[in-house]
Design a protein around this ligand. Sequence first.
Ligand code: FES
Length: 182
Amino acid sequence: MTTKTDPPAGATAPPAEPNSRREFLMKAGIGAGVVALVGQAGASLRSLVPNVSYDAPTTVKLGAPTDFPDGMKFLPDERLFVFREGKTFHAISAVCTHLGCTVRAEALSKVEEASVEGKPLRLTHRFQCPCHGSKYSGDGTNETGPAPKPLAWYQLSVAADDGQLVVDLAQEVGHDFRLTVA
Ligand code: FES
């Protein structure tokens, strides 16, 4: 036979352990959820930034200097005119400064000797844009039409490893630039 005893007067009830545990688990769950959400957001933002650069290289090997005839050679991939006079080279962009069409070179009926930015230059061609009719002189100066400025001249150099001509399409130079190869 069992007897039931009441708690002594003034005694407090034991802490409600199940409730504390439930609160702890709930807070832990919310914390984990927040951490997961922040991680997910970070991963999403990171995915917007590419790991690789798709920029095209600006320096391009064009071939051995001997591959270029005296006069002018058009390189369609680089949209570039390379001019050679003996051992001296310069390169003029074929990209129209109006809206970027490829200009065409027209051979002059008679070679002109000019002085451009204080340096002599043999002019063998002039340039015309088929899109809106801009015309450029043999050194690329815009003469008529909507083209707002001259065709770009680009820096040429000789590759140290194999002696090829190299153009830097990010490096504009003045119209007095010449590369002389050995
Ligand atoms: S793109 Fe050359 S004149 Fe317009």
